[in-house]
Design a protein around this ligand. Structure first.
Ligand code: M6R
Length: 607
């Protein structure tokens, strides 16, 4: 979604703003702009399309050492130069950038229009700038605070005024805003990647907090102007981690990083002596864990699929009822919070609005909500009652890959921990640990054979529809495989339980609709083979994902992608990786923009 960058310091602001926006590209956007202040003049440049358009429009010698920049992901109004941010107030004295949605913008706009103001854009954000202009009495910070009392909705806003040179004011309500503290320079960003090249010291603003910054100072207050003491955090990510290295796309890099990222998620957390896992961040005593009678996993998209996998595992190993639910649905159905239940909010970014709001609703009802997140210091981990960081390192590609397998790892560790406190024996615990510890090398072996998947992608990429089929714990993997393919290749794909096709989807099967069928060597193998035969009987092409040496499958399927033999619990990891590769190579074959697919955003911070 939209990205924000602000800079105050001794250096020319324009290149720093454009570079910051480059780092934010991964969030998804359709236009970009910057505003730089110099000698009481605000210079504004906005362009529809990719950042390259903006870069070309910015003069190399643009003067001014403070300014704001924005990448817009359109919500209100079409994609064009005018609707791009920053937005000016009526007379061009104030410029703002905004992330979020102003819910009462229509009423505010009508009122301002009645007073004679003429808006330039169709956006909700421009209303903020105009309102700010009407409330300005010589102090931008106070004017912004007055404005916020009128606004309804979500926002991260950064504002500047031509008569307050070198000053930026930021405010947060529902959309993330981070202050970066550098050497005689300050930055504001919607996430830390925008400022990593300049500083690692950051302050995360909370809702209702305002920051006033100059090159050498910052002051944080609340909307009632009371000082707020803030802790300075340290970013653990390295700049190199957000570079592409020699990979064509971030998605490729992230898929190939999985042996290491899965290992990182389990490192230091497995205890062979006790055949269990240690997850100190849960903030729960053994007694509290023992009292858990129900577990619910709440998430969106890929994170939801990781949660679905975990429901099979936790119920089987720990014998605790466990279910996964879409955060967007849970929030609006007045959920019942049962005694002795715990919730997990699973989110790579830790900023997904649906998941965050569901978490807050659950907490209002007294639930204990734990986070499973990647981005340290994001809103969900900050507001949750405890949790687990998955330590995947930055995930830049819109399509989530390494975060999925690291989320699985964290959930598998939790399953082990809670199962060992119940019926799982010491020996069974050790078998589970062996299986999990083998995964990174098994994933590496799959990645080493990526060329085979690439060849299959080339063969099938021009099909218009795909089915992804799996059963049991691999059913969510089928859903995730279909999601991966559709989001980056734009090919229509549906994930189903293999058993379910005879209840409807089998009508879609014909010679040009391939099915990817997941067939691990587990208790459901024979049944999935029967499902595959049903497809072949209707002339549907089948690409099977099977265990090395499975001749029965090879005899029926048109093509087979093999994965190493493993413990049946860990096949979701091994089956997922070839599906990620398949989606990636199909998208390449079709010439898609793999890292920034159309209409999508990395971090979905609006409902
Ligand atoms: O940051 P989150 O894990 O909360 O994001 C949730 C979804 O928006 C995300 O997984 C989305 O489905 C990805 N584009 C999938 O690749």
């Amino acid at each position: 979604m939209c990205g924000i960058i602000g800079y105050c310091g001794p250096k020319p602001a324009a290149p720093i703003l454009v570079e910051g926006l480059k780092r934010l590209e991964y969030r998804g956007y359709d236009s970009a702009g910057i505003c730089v202040g110099n000698e009481r003049v605000l210079q504004l440049i906005k362009k529809k399309g990719k950042l390259q358009e903006l870069r070309q429009a910015v003069p190399a010698d643009m003067l001014g050492t403070y300014g704001i920049g924005h990448t817009r992901w359109a919500t209100h109004g079409e994609v064009n130069d005018t609707n791009a941010h920053p937005h000016f107030d009526a007379d061009g004295s104030i410029a703002i950038v905004h992330n979020g949605i102003i819910e009462n913008y229509n009423a505010l706009r009508e009122k301002l229009e009645d007073e004679g103001f003429i808006f330039r854009s169709e956006t909700d954000s421009e209303v903020i700038a105009f309102l700010l202009g009407t409330l300005y009495e010589g102090d931008l910070e106070q004017a912004l605070k007055r404005t916020c009392r009128i606004l309804k909705g979500t926002y991260g806003i950064v504002a500047m005024h031509k008569d307050e040179p070198g000053v930026l004011i930021g405010v947060r309500n529902g959309s993330p805003l981070v202050l970066g503290i550098g050497e005689h320079e300050m930055l504001l960003g919607s996430d830390v990647t925008a400022m990593l090249a300049h500083t690692k010291q950051v302050i995360y603003l909370e809702d209702g907090e305002v920051v006033r910054l100059t090159a050498d100072s910052y002051r944080t207050t609340d909307l009632r102007d009371r000082d707020v003491d803030k802790k300075v955090d340290y970013i653990t990510w390295e700049l190199e981690e957000i570079e592409k290295d020699n990979h064509r796309y971030y998605m490729e890099k992230e898929i190939f990083e999985q042996p290491e990222s899965i290992l990182r998620a389990m490192q230091g957390r497995l205890d062979r002596d006790s055949a269990t896992a240690h997850l100190g961040g849960l903030n729960m005593t053994n007694r509290e864990l023992l009292e858990v009678e129900r577990i619910k996993l709440v998430a969106a998209g890929t994170s939801y699929h990781a949660g679905m996998v975990a429901t099979y595992l936790i119920e089987s190993l720990a014998r605790i009822p466990c279910s996964a639910e879409l955060a967007s649905e849970l929030r609006y159905r007045n959920p019942i919070v049962e005694r002795n239940s715990i919730y997990f909010a699973i989110s790579q970014s830790g900023e997904t609005a649906d998941t965050l709001y569901a978490m807050r609703e659950l907490q209002r009802k007294g639930a204990r909500v734990l986070g499973i997140c990647n981005v340290v210091g994001a809103t969900i981990p900050r507001e949750s009652d405890g949790g687990v960081y998955i330590h995947s390192g930055p995930e830049i590609a819109v399509a989530s890959t390494k975060a999925f397998t690291s989320q699985l790892t964290a959930l598998y560790l939790f399953a082990l921990l809670i199962a060992r406190m119940r019926d799982m024996s010491y020996e069974q615990g050790l078998v589970f640990i062996d299986a999990l510890e083998a995964v990174p090398e098994q994933v590496r072996a799959i990645l080493d054979r990526h060329a085979e998947v690439e060849a299959l992608a080339k063969k099938y990429a021009h099909a218009e529809d795909f089915l992804f089929l799996g059963r049991g714990i691999n059913y969510p993997v089928a859903l995730e495989g279909a999601l991966k393919l559709k989001e980056i290749s734009y090919i229509h794909a549906e994930g189903y339980s293999a058993a379910e096709i005879k209840h409807g989807p089998i009508a879609l099967i014909n010679e040009s609709t391939p099915s990817l069928v997941i067939i691990p060597d587990d208790g459901l193998r024979e049944k999935v083979i029967s499902n595959m035969k049903e497809i072949k009987a209707r002339k549907g092409p089948v690409i099977a994902l099977a265990v090395e040496g499975d001749r029965d499958v090879a005899a029926i399927a048109d093509d087979v992608i093999y994965v190493p033999r493993a413990h049946e619990w860990v096949y979701p990891f091994l089956m997922m990786v070839p599906l990620q590769l398949f989606a990636y190579y199909c998208a390449l074959e079709l010439g898609r923009d793999v890292d920034q697919p159309r209409n999508l955003a990395k971090s979905v911070t609006v409902e």
